[in-house]
Design a protein around this ligand. Structure first.
Ligand code: NAD
Ligand code: DAU
Length: 353
């Protein structure tokens, strides 16, 4: 048996591949374009492992995909591939439309062709699992209840609008063609292998480099934080037990304002790698211009997944963030390698005075 994952060299995808190999003996074919966010070094431990087959390519490549599906005959396709960074989508939405919308459409068409060519048993057991985000639901006020799967879609950024569009395409391919799909909408992940353009890894690497810790606006925007390994276990659970055509919200029950996250990271670094001058890393916190259209609050109600499939996160924020900070302290080589020329150009563009 085989599954095919897209975007498996990115942050969540690479964690998923590593967990998959740790938890099962099933082959995993990993299709990734290797954009700036894709990093095969994250999968270096699988270099000589035949259970993992890496293929460089685009989800929108309508010649490659049918060949790949025919060759490997996967029982499931899991779509993680996307442009994922909100700030980049504000600077340049084009790639987000191309990969998240057009790419998902082309992938769905390739998968539909493959699925329709299968025998009845294969068709019945096949799954297309689409990994999406809580950002499609828009922004909450402090009083609003958390997002359930029934919450209306109100995406506010080019990124979230492109993910919302992809969710709608996936839904339509189920409704119209009967493609056996599952969708997950997840909150902010954090953990090992996270590219240091996102809040938590950026704060860790900037703190250690003695650089400012840029907090947007008043720092009181709220996100729900989920340890990446818990997201991976949720996806495995939905893949095996989710009801066809359904959406499952995945969250960590850890709603926190950004400034609290940054202070927690600083306190852990103060404990684990104190600054040589004895001052706290928190002295590096710098308030900067807010993100345009910045969503104020996200919160996830994950009770459907808990009730139907018995999934719960294993980590609290306290345990997960300690593991994360420790991972970055132990993996300075990985960090140095991802801080390539392209990364430095992005940091200059985004945080210029
Ligand atoms: P990431 O940016 O770290 O990785 C994305 C991966 O997709 C990279 O390896 C990249 O090379 C690959 N990719 C991009 N375009 C491609 C294309 N056209 N064809 C093939 N591969 C392509 O993203 P991530 O944080 O790991 O997120 C993975 C998925 O989870 C995304 O769909 C994202 O929207 C969703 N998600 C992320 C979070 C989060 O907190 N990171 C939360 C909820 C949902
Ligand atoms: O909610 C799920 C989403 O979480 C995913 O769909 C996205 O792919 C993922 O990137 C993430 O989006 P966010 O915009 O919430 O993540 P980011 O790490 O970019 O920012 C988290 C919060 O921190 C957000 O309110 C913006 C703020 N922030 C971010 C950066 C990079 C800062 O204050 N300073 C920063 O330098």
């Amino acid at each position: 048996m085989t599954v095919l994952i897209t975007g498996g060299a990115g942050f969540i995808g690479a964690n998923f591949v590593l967990d998959w190999v740790a938890h099962t003996a099933e082959k995993i074919v990993n299709l990734d374009k290797l954009t700036y966010a894709g990093n095969l070094e994250s999968l270096a431990s699988l270099n000589n492992n035949p259970q993992h087959v890496f293929v460089q390519g685009d989800i929108g490549d309508s010649e490659l995909l049918p060949k790949l599906l025919a060759e490997h005959q996967p029982r499931a396709v899991l779509n993680f591939a996307a442009e994922s960074h909100v700030d980049r989508s504000i600077h340049g939405p084009g790639d987000f439309i191309e990969t998240n919308i057009v790419g998902t459409f082309r992938l769905l068409e390739s998968v539909r062709g493959y699925w329709q060519s299968m025998g009845a048993d294969g068709q019945r057991s096949f799954r297309f699992l689409h990994v999406s985000t809580d950002e499609v639901y828009g922004s909450l006020t402090p009083q609003d209840p958390a997002f359930t799967e029934q919450h209306q879609y109100e995406p506010n950024s080019p990124y979230s609008a492109s993910k919302a569009a992809s969710d709608h395409l996936v839904r339509a391919w189920h409704h119209t063609y009967g493609l056996p799909v599952l969708t997950t909408n997840c909150s902010n992940n954090y953990g090992p292998l996270h590219f240091p353009e996102k809040l938590i890894p950026l704060m860790i690497v900037n703190a250690l480099a003695g650089k400012p810790l840029p907090v947007y606006g008043d720092g009181m925007q709220v996100r729900d934080w989920l340890y990446v390994k818990d997201h991976c276990s949720a996806i495995r659970r939905v893949l095996e037990g989710g009801r066809l055509g359904e959406t499952y919200n995945v969250g960590g029950w850890n709603e926190k304002p950004n400034i609290e996250i940054v202070n927690t990271v600083c306190a852990l670094l103060d404990e684990l790698r104190p600054r040589s001058d004895g001052q706290s890393y928190a002295t590096q916190i710098t308030y900067v211009k807010d993100r345009p259209g910045h969503d104020r609050r996200y919160a996830i109600d994950a009770r459907k997944l808990e009730k139907e499939l018995g999934w719960k996160p294993a980590e609290t924020f306290e345990t997960g963030i300690r593991k994360t900070v420790a991972w970055y302290l132990d993996n300075t080589e990985w960090v140095a390698h991802v801080q390539s020329g392209a990364y430095r150009d992005w940091v200059t563009k985004q945080y210029k005075a």
